[in-house]
Design a protein around this ligand. Structure first.
Ligand SMILES: Cc1cc2nc3c(=O)[nH]c(=O)nc-3n(C[C@H](O)[C@H](O)[C@H](O)COP(=O)(O)OP(=O)(O)OC[C@H]3O[C@@H](n4cnc5c(N)ncnc54)[C@H](O)[C@@H]3O)c2cc1C
Length: 363
């Protein structure tokens, strides 16, 4: 493990897809992931995906994960689990802790596919046990099959907040209310309808004011907001809850890219500060690539396509694919990505991606 042609950090949909493309044409590939199971967020996603059949609509995240793992095994790429990458140094050196040992691995190419972290909301009482992120709740409920509580207040009406609410209801919890600060529901109407039908009120222009309890969450006070987003005094309501779930968006997990010295830019629709990348997913540092949520918060399906694009470009750069073959493969990926970045939600992301790529050309 002291030298490898391609080191991929993160075994989520982006990292696994890149490994499949690169290793299947001969690139010596190793994927590092800190978890005990590969698949990133996919194994938490027990619901069916939306979109077109070409993008695996109708399939559950968990099945997409199993399918990717089968393809990785056939490709010859190695996955090293329980392995944390803690640093990237000059000369494409990767600092790794594996089996309790610190190892420095030199890589000809590096792909950062580290995903995202959850945004949190600070309010009085936010450190009480029972205040949790939506990702943690998905892990508890869908992976470990443990309900974090019985009565939940959900904050945030994006797809994550809506889907996790539904999964909590399916698992037997009561979602007492969902509050949303904006004047509209952020996620797909189809997800919102399901939880409304189950009896959960979705309160737009509302937020949490505080959580109280003796050593754990026992009550939450919610409050209405005016059109400027300010609290309307006198509209406070107290709810008996034992869990407060925050689904307030994601931010790219880009510390390793900062550490390596990649150039960053701010593209709000994709989650804020991002390492710039070109149309091969290469960052401002030659030989260092990004794919998936670290390259802009989107979805598992776009993470898969970006991973594929990076894997193909890396194989081409190492001489495992001719330019002609790589161009054909990249075109197919780009066509699929374009379909994904369509519709009212997609267009904004497509324009933001174009901005990100354009900025990679600026000096
Ligand atoms: C609660 C929730 C619900 C979602 N639901 C959907 C959905 O229904 N449909 C959909 O399409 N998308 C959904 N998404 C989004 C989707 O899961 C992500 O867009 C997708 O997983 C991004 O893939 P990725 O490979 O970039 O990152 P991830 O899947 O997050 O994988 C990154 C991996 O890298 C590992 N890693 C990070 N840093 C290091 C390090 N330093 N060392 C070692 N390993 C590291 C992480 O532990 C993780 O395993 C959801 C996301 C969340 C949070």
């Amino acid at each position: 493990m002291n030298h490898v042609e391609l080191a991929i950090i993160g075994a989520g949909p982006a990292g696994l897809s890149a490994a499949i493309e690169a290793a299947s044409v001969g690139v010596q590939t190793i994927v590092f992931d800190e978890n005990q199971q590969a698949g990133g967020q996919l194994f938490k996603q027990i619901h069916k995906f939306f979109g077109s059949r070409a993008h695996q609509a109708g399939a559950r995240g968990i099945d997409i994960g199993k399918n990717l793992l089968g393809q990785v095994a056939a490709s010859g790429a190695e996955i090293k689990l329980d392995t944390v990458v803690w640093g990237i140094f000059e000369g494409n050196k990767v600092g790794v802790v594996t089996n309790g040992r610190n190892v420095i691995c030199k890589a000809d190419r590096i792909l950062l596919a580290t995903g995202a972290s959850e945004n949190v909301l600070a309010f009085p009482g936010w450190t009480l046990p029972g205040v949790m992120g939506a990702g943690a709740i998905q892990t508890m409920v869908n992976v470990h099959r443990v309900l974090p509580g019985k009565r939940v207040l959900m904050i945030g009406s994006g797809n994550v907040g809506l889907i996790v609410s539904y999964q909590l209801l399916q698992a037997g919890a009561e979602v007492v209310a969902l509050v949303e600060a904006m004047d509209r529901i952020g996620g797909y109407a189809v997800h919102a309808s399901k939880i409304k039908r189950a009896g959960t009120p979705i309160l737009i222009r509302h937020t949490i004011k505080e959580a109280v309890g003796n050593g754990k969450v026992e009550q939450a006070t919610i409050v209405q907001l005016n059109d400027n987003g300010n609290v309307i005094e006198g509209t406070e309501r107290t709810l008996d809850v034992d869990v407060i779930c925050m689904a307030c968006g994601l931010s790219p997990l880009a510390e390793l890219a900062w550490l390596a010295g990649c150039r960053f830019t701010d593209v709000a629709p994709l989650g804020g500060l991002l390492p710039v990348h070109d149309d091969n997913m290469q960052t401002s540092l030659p030989g260092m690539y990004v794919a998936g949520d670290i390259a802009g918060i989107e979805e598992a399906s776009t993470a898969i396509e970006e991973g594929r694009l990076a894997g193909i470009a890396i194989a081409e750069s190492l001489g495992y694919l001719t330019t002609t073959d790589a161009t054909v493969k990249k075109q197919a990926v780009n066509d699929r990505s374009e379909q994904l970045r369509d519709g009212p939600f997609g267009i904004t992301r497509r324009e933001a991606k174009e901005t990100l790529i354009r900025r990679s050309l600026e000096t």
